[in-house]
Design a binder for this molecule. Sequence first.
Ligand SMILES: NC(=O)c1ccc[n+]([C@@H]2O[C@H](COP(=O)([O-])OP(=O)(O)OC[C@H]3O[C@@H](n4cnc5c(N)ncnc54)[C@H](OP(=O)(O)O)[C@@H]3O)[C@@H](O)[C@H]2O)c1
Length: 336
Amino acid sequence: MGDPVVILGGGSFGAGELARLLTAHDGVAHPGLVSRSHGGSPVASVHPHLGAAYPDDRFVSRADWTAFRESRRIIVFSALRAGELAGRYRELEAEWAQAGIGDRVLLIDLSADFRLDEGEGFVYGLSEWMREPLAGATRIANPGCFATALALGLIPLARHLMPRDATAFALTGSTGAGVTPGPRTHHPLRAHNCVPYRPYEHRHRSEVDRLLELRARPLDWNFIPYAAPWVRGITLTIEARFDEAPDTDRLAETFRASYAGSPFVSWTDTPPELTSVVGGNRCLIGGICRGRRAAVFVVLDNLVKGMAGQAIQNLNLASGWPEDRGLGHWIGPYPV
Ligand SMILES: NC(=O)c1ccc[n+]([C@@H]2O[C@H](COP(=O)([O-])OP(=O)(O)OC[C@H]3O[C@@H](n4cnc5c(N)ncnc54)[C@H](OP(=O)(O)O)[C@@H]3O)[C@@H](O)[C@H]2O)c1
């Protein structure tokens, strides 16, 4: 029997993905899903793909933290909407203390609430570049999906090849906007469409800037995201300009060396395809140089490496477990 797991925001895409992926993780117990909007309903009524794994499970509207008094450790994932965990954090800590589990909770937050906030002691969880601070961490702020793709592509460039500047264009699927449909995010309105949004202003910029300062160097770069017609996955192109012409072999070697010990990030000599990563925790990176420019291509699944998969990777790193525990077996469908 592994450590107990509670998922807040149980009706979210993030919760559905965490519960799916955790079926293959032998270090944790069957997760309990807490949902204010679905309390009492069968889990499979909201997450039909979980019906076989969790046939009798129902959402609860509140967690009973006293049930974990005897547990060595309690793992809490929060998949609440932006702002909600921050608003309830003090109250939750008080509930944990009252239940006598205050010093044994590992909290991994999928939202943006604590990503830039050092005051509460959260470690920023871009797994590949934050392994040391993640070891033993008890509060983890999981990165944004775009921020994950951008940072995995930009850090090796800025750290080793010193571009003059860079521009990034990324397309993401409709799951990136969560379960609640909006005028820009509702799937029928974007299924045959492709629209840039928040050009130069996306909130993930600041996450990446901070990582660049920490792990590489400040870079003059810009970012234009697009709402794309598919359901899952991010495909990102970074074009970097240099004072001296770089070459493709050195670009490839830089990325290969940067991710040599990383089970989920790989260089590919041909431009990577979204269908190679959808459903799993992999991130594929390819690229080419021409004149004084380099194009770097990054693909990942926003719901997995961009959210739930990376959260489990961070659980593994925080626990001193193999980084790919419960995540390594996956081979995706093709075509999807
Ligand atoms: N989607 C992505 O690709 C992605 C990637 C990285 C990070 N994130 C972040 O990770 C978190 C989870 O993402 P998600 O896309 O899985 O979230 P989501 O599908 O939008 O659901 C989040 C949860 O928030 C509550 N909620 C949703 N709509 C609500 C509304 N209209 N009013 C009140 N509460 C509402 C629900 O909680 P209850 O079940 O308790 O009712 C829901 O389960 C978010 O903070 C998101 O920003 C998302």
